[in-house]
Ligand binder design. Sequence first.
Ligand SMILES: *[C@@H]1O[C@H](CO)[C@@H](O)[C@H](O)[C@H]1NC(C)=O
Ligand SMILES: *[C@@H]1O[C@H](CO)[C@@H](O)[C@H](O)[C@H]1NC(C)=O
Ligand SMILES: *[C@@H]1O[C@H](CO)[C@@H](O)[C@H](O)[C@H]1NC(C)=O
Ligand SMILES: *[C@@H]1O[C@H](CO)[C@@H](O)[C@H](O)[C@H]1NC(C)=O
Ligand SMILES: *[C@@H]1O[C@H](CO)[C@@H](O)[C@H](O)[C@H]1NC(C)=O
Length: 483
Amino acid sequence: MDNIVLKLTSLYTLLLLLFLSYKPALSFSSRHSQYWGGERILSSGDNGDLVTNLPGQPRVDFQHYAGYVTVNETNGRALFYWFYEAITKPEDKPLVLWLNGGPGCSSVGYGATQEIGPFLVDTDGHGLKFNNFSWNKEANMLFLESPVGVGFSYSNTSRDYDQLGDDLTANDAYSFLHNWFLKFPSYRTKTIYIAGESYAGKYVPELAELIHDRNKDPSLYIDLKGILLGNPETSDAEDWMGLVDYAWSHAVISDETHQIIKTSCDFNSSDPWRNEDCSQAVDEVLKQYNQIDIYSLYTSVCFASTARSEDQSTQTSMKLSSKMMPRMLGGYDPCLDDYAKTFYNKPDVQKALHASDGHNLKNWSICNNKIFYDWADSKPSVIPIYKKLISAGLRIWVYSGDTDGRVPVLSTRYSLGSLALPVTKSWRPWYHENEVSGWFEEYEGLTFATFRGAGHAVPCFKPSNSLAFFSSFLNGESPPSTK
Ligand SMILES: *[C@@H]1O[C@H](CO)[C@@H](O)[C@H](O)[C@H]1NC(C)=O
Ligand SMILES: *[C@@H]1O[C@H](CO)[C@@H](O)[C@H](O)[C@H]1NC(C)=O
Ligand SMILES: *[C@@H]1O[C@H](CO)[C@@H](O)[C@H](O)[C@H]1NC(C)=O
Ligand SMILES: *[C@@H]1O[C@H](CO)[C@@H](O)[C@H](O)[C@H]1NC(C)=O
Ligand SMILES: *[C@@H]1O[C@H](CO)[C@@H](O)[C@H](O)[C@H]1NC(C)=O
C-alpha cells in the first residue's frame, strides 16, 4: 500500500515537474520578474536548462545553464551552449559571448572548461575543479558550440554539414542569440561583448558585423559594445607571412629556408602553393613545428595524445587551404584535450548538461576534423570588417600570447599594421602583480596588447593576468601601465 502511494506520489511529482518545466518559449517572460522587495530571487529561474546535478562539480553560489537552442526549424539545426551567470550581481554585469575556432573546435571544451570558465576539467577526466580566475567574476559568460557538427551541436539535415563556412556560422550564431534571449529574457537588453581566439578571429568580427547591420531594425536591436580577440586569424596573407617570419626569428627554421620563402612565396595569391619552391619551404616549416607544440613553443607536447597520428595530414591541409589547424596539442597541459573527451562522453554528464538523455549518447569530441577539412567558405581577410566596426565606434581589443607559433604576434602586427591607424598611446609595458605582463599600444579605435610568455590559448598560461586584462577591457580602461 505504502509502495503504491509512494509511486503515485512520485508519479504526480514527476508530472508536475514536467508540466512546470514545459512551457512554450514565448511565455517565459511572465516568470521572470527578477526582484521581490529588493531581494534578488533568481535571475533566470529554471527555464528547463538549469544545470543542477553535474557530476564532480564544485559547489558554487551562482546559477549555470546548458542545453540546445534551435536556430533553424526547417532543417532541424540546434546549437549547444553553456551559460554561467556572474558570480556576484549578474544583473549589473554585461553578457559576454565566447567563441573558439578551428573551424570545428568546441568553445565548451576549450573556452569553458580549459580556459576561462568557472569549472576546469580535472586531469582524471572525471571531475571538475573550480577556476579562481574565471571570467564570470566580471561578466555573465555564454559559451557556444558553433557551427552545427561542433561538440554537441547538430543538424537533422545531413547536407547542412556540406555547406559549413563563415557565412552559415555567423547567421546561425545570430539566430542563436535571438532565440537564446527568448529563454533568458532578462538578458535581451543587456550590454553584450563578443570574444574569442584563433579562427574565431574570423567568426567574431563577422558576427559583430551582422549584428551591426541588423541593428538598423529596432526590433532586432542588440546592444553590442565591443569585441575582444586573442591570437586571432585575421588576414591570410599577413598571417602566413607572420608565421614564417616568427618561425625564423624564434630559431625554428634556417636562414636558407626563410630566404626561399621570402623570394618564392606570394601569400597574397589565390594559390601560393602552386609555386613548388614555396610549397617545399613551407613544408619544412611545418615539419620542424611538428616536433614541438606550435601553439606553445617552450612547453612539452602530449605524447599520449591520440591526436598525434592525425596531426601530419592536418598540417598538410593547413598548408593547402591556409586554414586554421584544429588546436590539438595546445594549451598549458597538452593532454587536457583527452581529459575533456572522457568527461563530455560520460552519460551522467551529458544528462546533467541536457545534451542527451543519458542513454542515447552524443559522440562529443573537442574538434571535428571533417568540418576543418571541408570548410567551404572562409573570408581571406576581416580587415575590411575591422574598418567598418571601428567607424561604428565599437571597442576593439586584440591581444596576443607571444610564444604562439600558429597565429604569432607577428601575424597580428602585420594584419593590424595594414589598418594604418593613428597611434593615441605609444607602446609601453602593462603590469600585473608587479611584473611586466606584456606590452600594449593604443590606436584610434583599437587597442593591441601582448602577453609575455603565453601560448595560443592565453588564459591557460596566464589565468590571473588574463582576468585582469578582461576587466580592463570591460571597463574600457587601458591595462595598468604602472606597477
Ligand atoms: C534554414 O536553413 C536553410 C539551409 O541553410 C535555409 O535555406 C533556410 O532559409 C533556413 N530557414 C530559415 C527560416 O532561416
Ligand atoms: C531533430 O530530430 C529529432 C528526432 O526526430 C528531434 O527530437 C529534434 O527535436 C530535432 N531537432 C531539431 C532542432 O529540430
Ligand atoms: C582564490 O582567490 C582568492 C582571492 O581572490 C584567494 O583568497 C583564494 O586563496 C584563492 N583560492 C585558490 C584556491 O587559489
Ligand atoms: C598583400 O597585398 C596588399 C595589397 O597590395 C599589401 O598591402 C600587403 O602588404 C600584401 N601582403 C603580403 C603578405 O604580401
Ligand atoms: C565517435 O567518433 C569517433 C571519431 O570522431 C569515431 O571513431 C567513433 O567510432 C564514434 N563513436 C560512436 C559511438 O559513434
